[in-house]
Design a protein around this ligand. Structure first.
Ligand code: NCD
Length: 311
């Protein structure tokens, strides 16, 4: 296993073999999970702390499940964002976690860069579970694994990432991962929701949904992240759906065997029509959640191997 770091803070900086090895290991965990043989002793005696300063359903539970399936003691700490006095609280938290001799720390924070800051202050291996608008590396890994299972390889695929790109750490991590692995990435959305540096990230920018979806292999929809918007960047949910919501008519221009993805939580009727979200053959949204557990097991596995034996 070629993984280069003590932590997983971002996809940016990882090279194709690092990503491919993580996905191969995650695939083996996916098969193990399906077979029901999930109890292992790999993380026995290790402590994993889930430190979530922002809301989460899927990510927190799947890290919890992944840790438990590998035998770790898992502790969930939820901190309401309103009570957080960023820098100071984080550093106070770091010394508390060190005193508890935590081995693996999973952190989600509204501030971009918070996991990186914490990684300099704690002895634990730190995993970024989403920091502001920066990155959400395990989401990109689970998305890549889901795509690979359907398309065989990421090389040469046309992937259209649609909607609120500007506020999306999911988009950022996916762009880094997919371009590194040789996919052709398009970002599709209104100019107000496309980041200024999009072209520098090696993607093609589309403001017209059908032009962006034309012949795509993968259509990835994103939630409108109103909590991160200042001012009215979108006229109304109804109007957004008309131009950028994924429905059968817009999806018809993508490849006939294209798959539809969404990281969740979904705003049905805003960025995606319910009939598409629940489509029995095109939607892989449920599989993304399943692969989330497998990818997080792979990440915990790889990072735990680098931990000192006794702390
Ligand atoms: C995403 C997140 O938190 O960045 N959700 C997730 O982890 N599945 C996307 C979102 O909140 O829209």
């Amino acid at each position: 296993m070629s993984y280069p770091s003590k932590h997983l803070l971002a996809i940016e900086g990882l090279e194709p073999p690092h990503i491919a090895d993580l996905l191969d290991l995650a695939e083996s965990y996916a098969l193990l999970n399906r077979s029901g043989k999930t109890q292992r002793d790999l993380l026995k005696g290790r402590t994993l702390i889930n430190l979530f300063f922002e809301d989460s359903t899927r990510t927190r539970t799947s890290f919890e499940l992944a840790g438990k399936r590998l035998g770790a003691d898992v502790i969930n700490m939820s901190v309401s964002t309103s009570s957080v006095n960023k820098g100071e609280t984080l550093l106070d938290t770091a010394s508390t976690l060190n005193a508890m001799q935590c081995d693996l720390l999973v952190i989600r924070h509204a501030q971009s860069g918070a996991p990186a800051l914490l990684s300099q202050k704690v002895d634990a291996a730190v995993i970024n579970a989403g920091d502001g608008t920066h990155e959400h590396p395990t989401q990109a890994l689970l998305d890549a694994l889901t795509i690979r299972r359907h398309k065989g390889s990421l090389q040469g695929l046309v992937v259209a990432i649609c909607g609120d790109i500007a506020h999306s750490r999911v988009a950022r991590s996916n762009i880094h991962l997919l371009t590194t692995m040789g996919s052709r990435v398009r970002v599709v959305g209104p100019p107000t929701l496309i980041p200024a540096d999009a072209a520098r990230l090696g993607v093609e920018v589309f403001h017209d949904m059908k032009a962006g979806l034309k012949d795509a292999d993968v259509v990835m929809m994103l939630r409108l992240q109103r909590e991160r918007m200042s001012g009215g960047l979108v006229p109304s949910a109804r109007e957004f759906f008309r131009f950028y919501g994924l429905d059968a008519e817009k999806l018809a221009v993508a490849k006939p065997d294209s798959i539809v993805m969404h990281p969740g939580p979904m705003n049905r009727g805003v960025e995606i029509d319910s009939a598409i979200a629940d489509h029995p053959t095109r939607s892989v949204i449920g599989e993304q959640v399943e692969m989330g557990v497998a990818c997080r097991m792979a990440v915990l596995d790889v990072l735990a191997r680098r931990l000192p034996r006794n702390r």
